[in-house]
Design a protein around this ligand. Sequence first.
Ligand code: MLC
Ligand code: AMP
Length: 479
Amino acid sequence: MVVDLIPGLDGALGVNDGPAAVVVDGRSIDLGGLASAAAAVASRVVGLPAVAVDASAALETVIAVVGALMAGVPVVPIPPDAGPLERDHILRDCAAPAVLVAAAAQDKWELEQIAVDVEQRADWDEAGSVDLLPDRIAMILYTSGTTGLPKGVMLSAAAIARDLDLLAEAWAWTPDDVLVHGLPLFHVHGLVLGVLGALRVGSPLVHTGRPTPVAYAEAVERRGGSLLFGVPTVWSRIAADHDAATSMRRARLLVSGSAGLPVPVYDQLQSLAGQGPVERYGMTETLITVSGRAAEARRAGWVGRPLSGVETRLVDDDGHPAPTGPDQVGALEVRSPTTMSGYLNRPDETAVITTPDGWIRTGDVACIDDGGWHRIVGRQSTDLIKSGGFRIGAGEVEAALLAHPAVREAAVIGVPDPDLGQAIVGYVVATSITGPELCEFVAATLSIHKRPRRVELVAELPRNAMGKVQKQLLVADEG
Ligand code: MLC
Ligand code: AMP
């Protein structure tokens, strides 16, 4: 077997001139070409403990990821706009000795660069033998926590395969579909579901480069897109674009996830596109665990029922089982065959998020009704922000602000935003500096979406008697 996650690659090696299997930003490759170009990558990386991938929205990224999977080497996607602080942290933490890049000799990398060539073709035999144990780690995805630098979530090939199969079942996803999205290729949504999902199911993928309404509409109209993935920001921008929204009438299924879909956006799409999106819920640590079903009625504001084999429960503040019912709120825990193998190098943090009996504490607050439908009501901590579907730890942005010599104190919050869900806002005690200058300062170290949209200079931060910053007061002031 060439790669257990993508069974279709086996028979594709050496087959030329098939239909396009993957299109990224207008450039395409057929399955045989992908298998052979990936085999060339596999032969270069086989035996490495892990390999980084410069995960720009490009065909090379897809080939790089498939090649590393073929070689049995854990893939570590790096956001292409990651600032030096973030990038250096990930590379040091995962200890990847090389990075797969679209074009060699880029200044930003201080480790060996291996250029991916879309035109290169190789036989799999050249890559040598690999360990195909199903519990081997296929990917390490870095994601924010409430404090500190991002953590590497280790995902096994078995967990990924299971999740993709459950989602294919839930969404009636078959090779007859054409999947369309334009999401980043370094997170679960765009990479695991959006690339590996399409390859595993065998449905062609059209990645639009960026997830704009016009690009989604064109992919449906001109390329037969039938299944579309988006974060709520993408769906709200489509809903606001009459022509793009009505193009969606030709699609079979729209799917929304990574953050809560506002009910008015669902309603607008229902009216313009003839269907509201199916919602699904998950997190990097668990993969997708709860979803609506293609064949069942949708409910705006609810994220669906657990996938088969997934267990969920609500607990109270003491961790004891809490009652369920449409208005009963509790902390959501998940136990699933799709969950992570742990945080890389962080057994203590793995123990914090996992209960002794194997449930993951999601940090989300939810209701479960009598039919098993889930509604996500909020988060337990104000320190995890979701902006445009990106998960951002307030602590990471605060540390970046505090690195400026003029800044004495910093508190970062997410404030409601009609387009992004939440926008990042910093409150800072500082002298002789402006808010925009501090935004630029953060931009020099972290990725673009982690940059505060606004930094407010204040004389002091609100604190309680213990001296802890009262972020709820800052959030309330913004409201
Ligand atoms: C962005 N910009 C900023 C900025 N942030 N400028 C100044 N200050 C800031 N803080 C720039 C951008 O670079 C862009 O510039 C322009 O402003 C518009 O930015 P934007 O409003 O953020 O829009 P856009 O860049 O189009 O991004 C919106 C988006 C993006 C929806 C496309 O947020 C996105 O890709 N989200 C997907 C996140 C995702 O995949 N999450 C999945 C996590 S996995 P320019 O010049 O470039 O136009 C997961 C599991 C699960 O959650 O359940 O799925
Ligand atoms: P990430 O690790 O980036 O995948 O983020 C996971 C978090 O995204 C979850 O803990 C939720 O807070 C949020 N999330 C994902 N999907 C949904 C959804 N459909 N509705 C509400 N929140 C969601």
